[in-house]
Design a protein around this ligand. Structure first.
Ligand code: NAD
Length: 425
């Protein structure tokens, strides 16, 4: 696999999450103690555990599960497998989950998990053993009523199936609602796999419509990352008639000014065990930096954190950024882009489609009553458009950008709920 090194800057995502929080919370009239409380993760579990590799060796892996806040309900958030996972990244992602769930009005707090590993280098059997052992290690703090994991970078529906099975084996009965993002045949929801990408495009479409840009064929879209979020965003945009002119993954960028045939691209990635774009020939190769700076209307970063920084924000030509990834833009880059008049639809709104349909999956699982895909997509749209509207209203009320507005809306909800519940004891 010709993996093109992508220079992800060493910026601490937790520092970014706290900077964003400090910016937003300054607008709110909450007691200082509550503002301080919301800044901290509630609970952090670090685990080191052995996994037997295919060659018989035993290797030790490290992982985390962080609960940022549980005021609004059980905590919810994905599990990431990547070589650069660390505790601060998981803390940041857990904090963003708290604001995301609050923003779309789900009865959840925020959590996140991660294991330091390279899923591209592990065999399927090694991945299964690693997942089952990690699930057993974190089973002391997950359950359908306390903390419900889901997929994130490097994990997928199969990972969730192993976690669900491992948890079920330890309690002695099947507990589908302990995870979301499961395969359909063990209690997953219709529409969950594509929900995050679909949500990205629902938000983009709504923002364009409000600007009077309602002809998709005239909109050139660039998508960074072609995993779960990026590929489904591309597919949904393509189906709506948008022109997806460039995509990328860890093997590099792929550009076609006439627009890529996304059905064709997905047929190509489906042939590769890791779903990589490598070898796709109906496009010109470009670098990640070139992709971000392409002449286009909308840029959708759907890969990972810190992709748009003070060093490359000036080069961005898109007039709208819709954040499929969590934390792709640093606060310094936000300032540059806001100054340039680029509209940023922030991660906690733009990628909230995933946790929204995860919530639907959890509700369906607890009730053992399942909805059809039309119902799932209708409810998803309803939830996201309502949140979009609230963010726009908050932005107007406080004269702030959409990220700050989204965070103000979310933090206010969690802060108010904290005051209603009171401080124990
Ligand atoms: P994934 O592992 O399925 O895909 C990640 C993609 O990004 C892959 O195509 C990978 O090759 C590519 N990539 C990684 N680093 C890159 C880089 N530096 N440059 C270009 N491409 C790169 O992960 P995913 O589930 O699609 O998650 C992507 C982002 O979306 C993450 O920030 C995640 O936290 C966020 N997110 C995911 C979900 C979800 O439901 N899966 C929900 C909300 C937010």
């Amino acid at each position: 696999m010709a993996v093109q090194a992508q220079a992800t800057e060493h910026i601490n995502p937790y520092k970014v999450a706290l900077q964003q929080y400090d910016r937003a919370v300054a607008y709110l009239d909450l007691p200082a103690g509550i503002k301080a409380f919301l800044r901290y993760p509630k609970r952090e579990l670090s685990v080191n555990f052995p996994v037997r590799m295919d060659n018989g060796d035993i290797q030790i892996f490290s992982g985390y599960r962080v609960h940022h806040n549980t005021v609004l309900g059980p905590s919810k958030g994905g599990i990431r497998y990547a070589p650069n996972v660390d505790l601060d990244e998981v803390r940041a992602l857990a904090m963003w989950m708290t604001w995301k769930c609050a923003l779309v009005n789900l009865p959840y707090g925020g959590a996140k998990g991660g294991v330091i590993c390279d899923p591209y280098k592990l065999s399927q059997n090694e991945l299964e053993r690693l997942t089952r052992r990690y699930a057993a290690e974190i089973s002391i703090i997950i359950s359908p009523h306390s903390d419900i994991p889901a997929p994130d970078m490097g994990t997928n529906a199969q990972t969730m199936a192993w976690i669900m099975d491992t948890y079920s084996m330890t309690v002695g009965y099947s507990v589908p609602a302990v995870v979301t993002g499961k395969p359909l045949n063990i209690g997953g929801s219709e529409g969950r796999q594509e929900a995050t990408g679909r949500g990205v495009i629902i938000c983009m479409d709504e923002a364009l419509r409000r600007r009077g840009q309602d002809d998709p064929s005239k909109i050139r879209l660039v998508i960074q990352g072609f995993g779960n979020v990026g590929s489904w965003a591309a597919k949904h945009a393509y189906d709506l008639g948008y022109k997806v002119i460039a995509i990328s993954d860890i093997t590099g960028g792929y550009y076609n000014e006439k627009g890529l045939n996304i059905d064709d691209v997905m047929a190509h990635t489906a042939k590769n065990r890791h779903g990589l774009l490598e070898g796709y020939t109906e496009a010109d190769p470009i670098s990640n930096e070139e992709l971000l700076a392409l002449e286009c209307d909308v840029l959708a970063p759907c890969a990972t954190e810190n992709q748009i920084t003070e060093h490359n924000a000036h080069n961005i030509k898109a007039s709208m950024i819709v954040e499929g990834a969590n934390g792709p833009t640093t606060p310094e880059a936000d300032d540059i882009l806001n100054e340039k008049g680029v509209l940023i639809i922030p991660d906690i709104l733009a990628n909230a489609g995933g946790v929204t349909v995860s919530y639907f999956e959890w509700v369906q699982g607890l009730q053992s009553f399942f909805w059809d895909v039309e119902e799932v997509n209708r409810q998803l749209r309803r939830v996201l458009i309502k949140a979009f509207d609230e963010v726009v209203n908050t932005a107007e009320q406080y004269h702030v950008d959409m990220r700050t507005a989204a965070q103000i809306t979310a933090i206010k909800r969690v802060g108010d709920a904290t005051r209603t519940r009171g401080i124990y004891p």
